[in-house]
Ligand binder design. Sequence first.
Ligand SMILES: [Zn+2]
Ligand SMILES: [Zn+2]
Length: 556
Amino acid sequence: MRVQSFPMLEVVPLGGLGEFGMNMLAMSWADTTIVVDAGVMFPDPELLGVDRIIPDLTYLQQKRAAALVLTHGHEDHIGGVPHVLPYVDGPVYGTPLTLALVEPKLEEHGIAGGHDLKSVRPRDRVRVGPFEIEFIRVTHSMPDCVALAIHTPAGVIVHTGDFKIDQTPIDDEHFDFHRFAKLGSEGVLALFADSTNIDRRGFTGSELEVTEAFEEIFTSATGRIVVGAFASSIYRMQILVDLAAQFDRKVAFVGRGMMENSKIAQRLGYLKIPAGVQIADSEVGTYPAQDVLVLATGSQGEPMAALSRIAIDDHRYVKLQEDDTVVISARAIPGNEKAIGRVINHLSRRGADVIHEGIKHVHVSGHGSEEELKLMLSLVQPRYFVPIHGEYRQLAQHARVARRVFSGRDPHPETLLVENGDILHIDAGSARVVGKAPVGRILIDGTRTGEVGDEVLRDRRHLAEDGLVVPVVAINKQTGLLEGVPDIITRGFVMENSQELLADGARVLSDVVEASSVEERTDQGLIKEKLRTELRRFFKKRSGRRPFVLPVIMEI
Ligand SMILES: [Zn+2]
Ligand SMILES: [Zn+2]
C-alpha cells in the first residue's frame, strides 16, 4: 500500500553555510519554490583564473522558482542574481536600494527589462503561492536592509538576512524590535540567523562610531585624504561626505563601483551631498591636496581596483604625494589579508600615512556580535533554530550560544546544524535532514565589461572544452627584469599552428612585463593579473577560445 505523501516544508541552503559569501536558500511547499538571496563569493585575489563564484544551481534547475526574494544589496546576497534569474519564473522582490543595485547587473548581462522587479517596503507582505512573505526592517552597514518572516502552511519562518542592532542609525530607520517580538510571542516555527560575528563578544556598535576617528583624521591631515571602502558602504560615504563639507574638502568618487553606487544612492535619496562638494575623478589633480577627499574602491587589495592603482602610481587622476593620508575603512575579508598588506606596503613607500582598523577605529562591522545574536534568539524564540551565514566553526558556535540562551525554556527550542545542500524538512513535530541536493561552486570567468554571459562554466567543463594554459615567467627579484624567454605550457589546448601561436603568446608576455613599472613587475598579484588578462585576450582573438589561464611567476 502506498502512503499518501503530504506536502512538507522543505528548506535547502544552497550557499553561505560553511563558507563566507554566496548566500542563497531555497524554500518549497508542494510545487512552489522561492529563493532567498542569490550571492557571489569573490575568489582570493592571489588565486587568479576566476572572477567570481556562485553556488551550484542544479537544485533550482530541477525545481524552478516562483520568486526571488532579496534581503539587501551586498554582493554576497545579490551578486549572483543574473545567473539565478534563468531559473526564476516570477518576480524579484527587494527594497528600492536593493533593486537599484541589481539593475546595473542585469544590464551588464543584457537581461534588463525581461524581469519583474517588485519594490517592497518594510512591513509589506506579498503572496507567492502558499507563502506570504513579510519584510521587516533591520540595521546593517548599508541602508534598506530587511529580514523576512515567511508565513508558510507549516508555520512562520524568520530569516534574518544580515543584521546588527544599530540604535542610532544614520538614516533614522530603526531596527524593528516590535515586529520580531510580536512574531516571537505568536510563535515562530524556525529561525535562520546570521552567524558572521558570533565569535565577537558584546555588541558590534553603531555605524556612527567611526565619526570620531575620522574627525581626528580630518583635523590633522595636511594633504589629501584617500579612503578605501566597499562601494556598498553608503553610510560610510555619508559620514565622509558630511565631514568633507564641514572641513571644506571636495569629494571625488574613484573607481567604477564607487561612482556607480554613489550615483544610485544619490538618485534614490540615500546619500545626500551638499551642492558644490562633489567633483569628478578627473578634477582631483586640479585642487590643492588639502582640499580633497577621495573615496576609492579597492579596500580588499584587488589588483585592478582604484586603490591598488593609486598605490603603484598607476592611476590616471589620483597621484599620491608625501603627507597624503590613506585610510582603509573596511575589514579584510578572510583570505585577502596578504593582498591588502601588499597595497599598504606600496602606499607607505609613496610616503603616505596609512591608517587602518588596527590603528584607529575607522571601521565598524555590519554584523551583530554575540549579544545581538542572543537578543534575536530571545525575541524570536523559535521552535527550531538554524544558524546560517558563516564558516562551520561560526555556525557551531552560534548553535552553542543558542543552547545557552534557550536552556530552561519550555518547550525547549531545538538547534540544527546544517550545511549547504542539506534538504531540511520541517513541521511542528520534527525537523530533520532527509537528503542532499547537489552542491558545489560555479566559477565565473570573465571581465567586468560584459562578456560574462557565455562564460558561466563549471571549471571542469571549462578545462575540458578550452584547456589550460600556464604561462611561466621568470623575473629578477632585484631588477624586475625578465630572465630568459617566457614559456607557455598547455594542457588540453590543441591548435593548428600551435607552435607559432605559443611563440607569439610568449612575446605578448614579454611585452606585458616590459611595459610594466618595476614596482608592478615585482608585485606577484598585479603582474599575474596583467599577464592573465592580456594572454586571455590574445588567445580569444587568435583562436576564438578561452582557455583557463593560470600564470606562474618565478622570482629569481
Ligand atoms: Zn550584508
Ligand atoms: Zn552578507
